[in-house]
Ligand binder design. Structure first.
Ligand code: ADP
Ligand code: ADP
Ligand code: ZN
Length: 216
């Protein structure tokens, strides 16, 4: 099963992917996480991507296309993949279609998290994650059960992303509208697009995506 989660920054892609990967045995691939790992290790790609990400702009297509090729063909991707944050441009979507076709595969479903863009700055500004296991939280919407303690691993250190500042969040939402939203008609015309209300409660969104995946 090959699934894409699509939606603007803050829509809930990462939150949902963390929950769905286990129940469906899918490999979660977040290109944002992969790029942040490149930045942390100061690799050549990371060095090139760092300033672009800090501005809230998109990293060049070819870097992402090359980055996704390898992990999608490893044995742990055999049961399926859940793409989070890729593709983000029509050129990336076309490259993904070509890559899968070359392997005799195709995308099964693209799930659009439909959200109110105005609410996204608040979601992004309140976002943080466990430093140890990367479980995602929010200052008001999704707090750990015990304050200051990660539900998943018991860790007590948390991190915020440098690009989650409100000004940068706005640039990222503009990039979504200009460069990523054209993927909606692209996938709709191919008959693979399903909409899910991303403004619903986190558990409810998981349940609705789960129903779509069972049918895929
Ligand atoms: P994305 O990966 O699409 O950028 P995230 O999954 O990181 O988005 O979610 C952004 C923030 O909003 C996180 O802090 C998360 O806890 C919170 N969040 C995610 N889904 C919902 C929801 N359905 N309702 C309220 N808050 C949510
Ligand atoms: P969000 O969770 O807010 O949607 P991500 O973690 O997916 O953000 O991405 C963070 C940043 O990494 C983006 O703002 C962009 O600079 C870069 N990035 C991630 N995926 C891609 C992609 N497919 N194409 C270009 N840039 C990307
Ligand atoms: Zn944790």
């Amino acid at each position: 099963m090959k699934i894409v989660l699509l939606g603007p920054p803050g829509a809930g892609k990462g939150t949902q992917a963390q929950r769905l990967q286990e129940s469906f045995g899918l490999k979660h691939l977040s290109t944002g996480d992969m790029l942040r790992a490149e930045v942390a290790s100061s690799s050549p790609i990371g060095t090139q991507a760092k300033a672009i990400m800090e501005r809230g702009e998109l990293v060049p297509d070819q870097i992402l296309i090359d980055m996704i090729a390898e992990p999608t063909k490893q044995p742990d991707a055999a049961r399926g993949i859940l793409l989070d944050g890729f593709p983000r441009t029509v050129a990336q979507a076309e490259a993904l279609d070509r890559m899968l076709a070359g392997r005799g595969q195709k995308l099964d479903r693209v799930i659009q998290l439909v959200v109110d863009n105005d609410a996204m700055v608040e979601r992004i500004a309140g976002r943080y994650a466990c430093a140890k296991c990367a479980a995602g939280y929010h200052d008001t919407n999704r707090k750990p059960k015990t304050a200051g303690v990660c539900d998943s691993c018991g860790g007590s250190q948390f991190v915020r992303r440098p690009d989650d500042k409100p000004e940068t969040a706005r640039t990222r939402l503009e990039a979504y509208d200009r460069q990523t939203a054209p993927l909606l008609p692209y996938y709709k015309s191919r008959g693979v697009l399903s909409e899910v209300d991303g403004m619903a409660a986190i558990d409810e969104v998981t349940r609705r995506i789960g129903t779509l995946l069972k049918a895929a």
